[in-house]
Design a protein around this ligand. Structure first.
Ligand code: AMP
Length: 281
């Protein structure tokens, strides 16, 4: 595995790989790797000659009161995990390398961003699409891999690639969970011991909603109400949102039909956890 820290080194490597006609699968991450990230790498490994993994904690996608500074980082452990999972190129640039001066151009995501995480995290998806535009240009992948855990991100990135004609495929990979159902996340390390006991209730509340749909409920408001009651009874965290939309367009629906996402966010003391389920009705 090559570990590269500069854009020049990456460009050189990509030119060589393109000359050799290698197919490239790209997994962009912010590091502190866990099995969720590894499942993306595994999928890319299955589909491509070369797997490029990027690790970059992107300040543009953090709000002023968010956890950019304290976001967990462990590049040595990540490097080892990347090597063990068959990554060919690890791109881990510094902040200065990615943003050497204040930007002259900024990307702006317009649709699919005024709901769910986008509503409170103003500018978050602008930061995501900006860094991905840079990374997609640099890595020139045939496909990029994203986790369904961040389903809104997948929807926004699909729109980015479609609207701006990036010549690559976006592949969404199912959420990897702990045995108790908790979605794996780098931010789970922020949870206190008692919050760790409660956090699996997020997924259970979603399953509870799905069960109601399977039993015939078609009113999105009824599902939101049920999940709200469930979460308030089962966690000490503050519910940030419980929302039900069509997916991937993320539009409100009056009747549950077609592809539907139920998504929630719960704020614990020092961690804001998100989860979702997408179902076809
Ligand atoms: P992050 O490092 O949090 O930016 O995540 C990098 C990629 O890993 C994103 O596409 C995430 O959606 C994906 N990811 C994070 N957690 C999981 C998970 N539990 N299961 C599947 N993919 C995940």
């Amino acid at each position: 595995m090559k570990k590269l820290e500069t854009i020049e080194q990456l460009k050189k490597s990509i030119i060589e790989l393109k000359h050799e006609n290698k197919s490239i699968g790209f997994v962009p991450t912010m590091g502190f790797l866990h099995e969720g990230h590894l499942s993306l790498i595994k999928k890319a490994r299955e589909n491509h000659d070369i797997v490029v993994l990027s690790i970059f904690v992107n300040p543009l996608q953090f709000g002023p009161n968010e956890d950019f500074e304290r976001y967990p980082r462990d590049i040595h452990r990540d490097e080892q995990l990347a090597l063990e999972s068959g990554v060919d190129v690890l791109f881990a640039p510094t902040l200065k390398e990615m943003y050497p001066h204040s930007p002259s151009i900024k990307m702006k995501a317009i649709s699919r961003v005024d709901v769910l995480c986008g509503k409170k995290r103003e500018g978050h998806f602008d930061g995501v699409v900006t860094v991905l535009t840079k990374l997609f240009h640099l890595v020139q992948p045939d496909a990029a891999y994203f986790g369904q855990k961040d389903a809104q991100q997948v929807a926004v990135v699909e729109a980015l690639v479609k609207d701006l004609n990036f010549p690559l495929q976006i592949i969404s990979v199912p959420t990897v969970r702990e045995e108790n159902g908790l979605a794996k996340s780098s931010r789970n390390v922020y949870l206190t011991n008692s919050e760790k006991q409660e956090a699996p209730q997020l997924y259970r509340s979603l399953q509870y909603g799905v069960q109601a749909i399977e039993n015939g409920e078609r009113d999105p408001f009824a599902i939101v109400q049920m999940i709200s009651t469930y979460l308030n009874e089962h966690t000490s965290g503050e519910v940030d949102y419980i929302e039900v939309y069509s997916y991937p367009s993320l539009e409100a629906v009056n009747v549950l039909q077609g592809n539907i996402i139920i998504a929630i966010a719960v704020q614990f003391q020092s961690a804001r956890l998100i989860d979702n389920i997408i179902i076809e009705i």
